[in-house]
Structures are given as structure tokens and as C-alpha cells.
Design a protein around this ligand. Sequence first.
Ligand SMILES: [Zn+2]
Length: 130
Amino acid sequence: MPTYEYRCLDCRKRAAIYQSYADYGRLPVACPHCGGARLERRIGRVRVARSEESRLDTLSDPSDWGDVDENDPRSMARAMRRMGDEMGEDLPEEFDEVVDRLESGEDPEAIEKSMPDLGSAPGGDDLDLE
Ligand SMILES: [Zn+2]
């Protein structure tokens, strides 16, 4: 049975709670320290990694970009900069490099090939520790 990490909003203590996948999100959980029901799910590093991955997925789908000319690397670079501004901080390290290379007119497919980490997480499902 997987363990879910919570933090109690009443006593501020951390609690690891065993729950089956079926029960998670459906059955109420109670703090083992004080019995309080206001538990906040702690988001671990695994989740963060996954959300970055999905951001990269978004970036690599030009159909979401609207008025972008897929065949014009500079147009793509502009769109990526715009998206980067909208998303704010925490952009993946590769982001700037990709945009720079697009702006210099490099073929997007060549960039993708030279950066195997882009779009697919190394190890894939191994990230799922739950
Ligand atoms: Zn508590």
C-alpha cells in the first residue's frame, strides 16, 4: 500500500498515511498526532519533476501556439519567449538554449535530436515512486 505524505494544518506536524490507490482522494484522512482533519498533501520532488516534464510537452506542441509559423525557427523562438514570460520562473535549463538556437535559425528537429532529454524524461516510469 502506498504511503502518502501529509502535513497537518492544525498541529503543523508531518504525517505519513497509508492509503490504497482506490481510497486516496476519496476517503477522509485524519492527523495521527492530533486527530485533525485539515491535512495538506505534501508535494514531493517527484511531482515537481513530472510537472516540468509536462511543461516541456506543452512547449513541444506548436499547435497550441496560435499564430506561430512552425517552419520559421525565429517565429517559434518568439513564441517560446512569450510562453516563457507567461510561465515565469522555473523554466527548464534547456529552455534558453533551445530558444537561442532557434533564434539563430537552427532547425528545430536538429535541436531536438541534439538534446535527448527534451520532451521525454530519462528513465520514464522509474520516476513514479508511489
Ligand atoms: Zn495534527
